[in-house]
Design a protein around this ligand. Structure first.
Ligand code: GUN
Length: 295
């Protein structure tokens, strides 16, 4: 028998709202001083429902904080070279501070080619090799948005990472890989990275003081895989279709929240945990990109 603890449900929506308020205040003073306002350009290719929803949230966030934004939409038949030309145009547009291309892209377009074309100082997703590598430099340029949001969430909840055993499940370029580097470098944690070839996943996750999961498999983490009193951060976002859900779908994380939460000291829900923080980081990076360019 394990004893049920009272856990804290980490509220990403509340923290993201606080960050947006802080940014809005900064933007208002930039405006009062007659400065150019931060401008985010968003490229959306195709009509994937989930991507459309994420982009809608990003546009709404720009409006909330007072950023300028440009949304460029292309059919999923657009050729790669044409898309790359638009990226170069936005790279060269002095008014644009931040540029993101919503993923996934159609199969005939290389994510690598696209990312390689985005100027590092406008790469507010933090996807370029330069920004990825700058995590372990003394002066990071623009940090990868999802892990940046996770680190900020821990910081604002006063969850210490220094000397802790952090286990990261999932080693993607967007989340797990950069997060592991940030935990070791900025967080001074001992880090274990698990991925699809890891044997006996539970033997690793059970040792985590802080467990991070970014795989995209709902229900992957069950209560027997988590240490009593652990912090659990769920970065998974999978759209699960079903008639029982409002709008016909629900967003699910990788952790079986109901069963795992009673074992935790802190846990993030999905939705409402890490998700809103990714957008808050995107705004923070856009503000930073604008400030660096205005210098
Ligand atoms: N698709 C899923 N997550 C992301 C993200 O953080 N940025 C972009 N550009 N596309 C995504």
């Amino acid at each position: 028998m394990t004893e049920a603890t009272t856990y804290t449900r980490i509220d990403g929506r509340k923290i993201a709202a606080e960050i947006k308020q802080e940014i809005a205040t900064k933007v208002a003073s930039m405006k009062a001083e007659g400065k150019k306002l931060p401008h985010l350009a968003i490229i959306l290719v195709g009509d994937d429902g989930a991507s459309q929803t994420y982009v809608d949230h990003k546009v709404k966030a720009c409006k909330e904080v007072g950023f300028h934004y440009t949304l460029l939409r292309f059919a999923d038949t657009i050729q790669e070279d044409k898309l790359l030309k638009h990226i170069v145009q936005l790279n060269n547009d002095d008014d644009v501070d931040g540029l993101i291309v919503q993923l996934p892209l159609p199969a005939h377009i290389s994510v690598e080619h696209v990312t390689d074309h985005i100027r590092a100082d406008k790469d507010v997703d933090g996807f370029t090799n330069q920004n990825f590598g700058s995590i372990i430099s003394r002066h990071p340029l623009l940090l990868p948005a999802t892990p940046f949001g996770v680190m900020e969430l821990l910081r604002r909840y006063n969850i210490e990472t220094k000397g802790k055993h952090c286990v990261v499940v999932g080693a993607s370029r967007i989340a797990g890989a950069p997060l592991s580097m940030m935990l070791a470098e900025q967080g001074r944690a001992t880090v274990t990275i698990c991925h699809k070839y890891t044997q006996d996943l539970a033997s690793h996750t059970k040792q985590a003081d802080i467990l991070f999961v970014a795989v995209g498999k709902p229900g992957l983490i069950t209560e027997d895989m988590v240490k009593e009193g652990a912090v659990v951060i769920d970065i998974g976002t999978t759209r699960v279709e079903g008639k029982q859900y409002k709008n016909g779908y629900a967003i699910k994380g990788d952790v079986d929240f109901e069963k795992v939460a009673p074992k935790c000291s802190y846990i993030t829900p999905v939705p409402g945990g890490v998700g809103p923080m990714t957008i808050a980081s995107l705004l923070l990076n856009t503000l930073r990109a604008a400030e660096l360019r205005n210098k």
